[in-house]
Design a protein around this ligand. Structure first.
Ligand code: PLP
Length: 493
């Protein structure tokens, strides 16, 4: 019931007391508010339709394109209104525009950037986490949710060979994870306005750009930044790092932080972690490893040894939404001295006083966010449902697929980058006018859309990247990629 225009409920109920009026108004509002709590029939109808849409989507993925050019016309014209809309209409827009146009990140034929696929079990976990809406920020609020988050952190720490004293945080992705690590280093070394101009950070030209962003966000623009030379395989040249650190000490500067990458985005190269660990120890610098892309290859014996020295790092980033193929939205930062992470993030507030007094560490105290999505569940559920071996096997398959692609593309007469250290291959069509020709080839392949690659520029030269990291990429998709290249290279002028 709504009052007549221009009248309040009060006016229309002349004889009742103010309290009765309020109660009447509340009761009327409640009837409408309950629209946000649909009954089981409505929930069943919507979730059955959503689930059937997802199943159709996943079942037809193998025949979908990896990239589709297009418009989002309906979406753009759809206005937020006061009244409800039909689920079928909204789902249709999602289907025709959002999930059809652009990069199909769930496709196994996507080899651009760092694909992962997004395993289905995590979407179920996300639904469970959202529907039950447990508050995963503090232990008091949801002991179970926080235990799950912390178990995931301990499992990741064990992969890296970190001690029991390590701790970490599940973040939204690698950028925030790297930011948190550098923030912890800054605070541990007490870098502030009095000493920032004498502190030095070292990385190669292939460090991910989120590191530069983090330096800026953390107020460290005035810090000295050194770009260390790379060897012919695009790994950090530790001799050059040592020379730089020595010179800096001689000049009265403070080698504060070395950022190594274990699996660079450009080529998948792993910096020499053991040697860098030695240098960090020698010069007392914080040793950070960005293994956002490469980290889960530590699960394999054959690639695990390439990460030797990571266990000596002070902090480490590995992204489950890359190497564990989870849907976008979960990264992880680990800090060997868990206390340093907590000290860097600890803040108290009177309105949070009821949440104190528990032994288990709360995510709100080990990271930037207070209220956060219960991310641990999207990792915990698939890990338990499938077991670690399923992930290990998938990673091993990706490694071999990259090696296969590398051999085949070479045999097709293409120029290649270094033999893939992990699962990224650089290639380009040889000859004169390489940049123009390869840009054209990349564009032809994008327009074709059956598979997708991305490009990068290394030492001023254009390369096409093939990153094999979706759990849905198998021999069929890699062979398709080779066929698509074969077909399109003929069209290049
Ligand atoms: C090595 C590396 N570090 C950090 C990131 C940033 O991670 P995110 O995109 O999850 O923020 C990426 C992303 O590709 C990466 O490859």
């Amino acid at each position: 019931m709504t009052p007549e225009p221009g009248k309040s409920f009060n006016d229309s109920q002349q004889n009742s007391s103010p309290t009765e009026d309020i109660i009447r108004q509340i009761s009327e509002l409640e009837k409408v508010s309950l629209n946000l709590e649909p009954d089981v029939a409505f929930r069943n109808e919507i979730s059955t339709k959503a689930s059937s849409y997802v199943n159709d989507y996943l079942d037809s993925l193998a025949n979908m394109k990896a990239y589709v050019d297009g418009e989002c016309a309906h979406l753009k014209s759809l206005k937020v209104g006061d009244n409800p809309k039909q689920f079928d209409d909204l789902l249709a827009i999602l289907k025709d525009e959002v999930n059809r146009v652009g990069i199909n990140s769930s496709s196994g034929a996507g080899f651009a950037y760092v694909p992962s696929g997004g395993i289905w079990a995590s979407s179920v976990a996300d639904m469970l986490a959202a529907a039950t809406n447990r508050y995963a920020g503090v232990y008091f609020s949801s002991p179970g949710a926080v235990i799950i988050e912390n178990q995931m952190i301990r499992w990741l720490s064990s992969i890296a060979g970190y001690p029991q004293t390590a701790h970490g945080n599940l973040t939204s992705g690698g950028s925030i994870a790297n930011l948190t690590a550098i923030q912890t280093a800054r605070d541990k070394y007490r870098i502030d306005s009095t000493n920032v101009k004498k502190a030095v950070i070292y990385f190669t030209g292939h460090a991910h750009h989120c590191i530069h962003k983090a330096v800026h966000i953390l107020g460290l623009d005035e810090i000295i930044q050194r770009t260390v030379r790379m060897d012919s395989e695009f790994r950090m040249d530790s001799d050059n790092l040592e020379e730089m650190m020595l010179r800096d000490v001689e000049e009265g500067l403070h080698p504060f932080l070395v950022v190594a990458t274990a699996g660079t985005t450009d080529t998948g190269a792993i910096d020499p972690l053991e040697k860098i660990a030695d240098l960090c120890e020698k010069f007392g610098a914080w040793f950070h490893v960005d293994a956002a892309y490469g980290g889960f290859f530590m699960l394999l014996e054959e690639t695990g040894k390439k990460f030797k020295g990571v266990e000596r790092s002070d902090s480490l980033v590995m992204d489950p939404h890359k190497g564990m193929f989870l849907p976008f939205g979960v990264g992880a930062v680990l800090v060997r001295d868990g206390k340093a992470l907590l000290e860097s993030n600890l803040e108290r507030a009177s309105y949070m006083q009821d949440a104190l007094g528990y032994d288990e560490i709360s995510p709100a105290d080990s990271g930037i966010e207070l209220t956060r999505h219960f991310r641990g569940l999207r990792m915990w559920l698939p890990l338990h449902l499938h077991g670690v071996n399923a992930f290990r096997t998938n990673l091993r398959e990706k490694l071999l697929l990259a090696r296969y692609f590398y051999g085949e593309i070479k045999d097709m007469g293409f120029e290649t980058g270094p033999e893939p250290e992990l699962s990224i291959v650089l290639f380009r069509y040889p000859g004169n006018d390489k940049e123009r020709v390869n840009k054209q080839l990349l564009d032809l392949i994008r327009v074709d859309g059956r598979v997708l690659f991305s490009s990068t520029t290394i030492n001023g030269e254009f390369w096409i990247r093939c990153a094999i990291m979706s759990f849905r990429s198998h021999l069929r998709e890699v062979r398709l990629a080779l066929d698509v290249i074969r077909e399109n290279v003929k069209k290049v002028r």
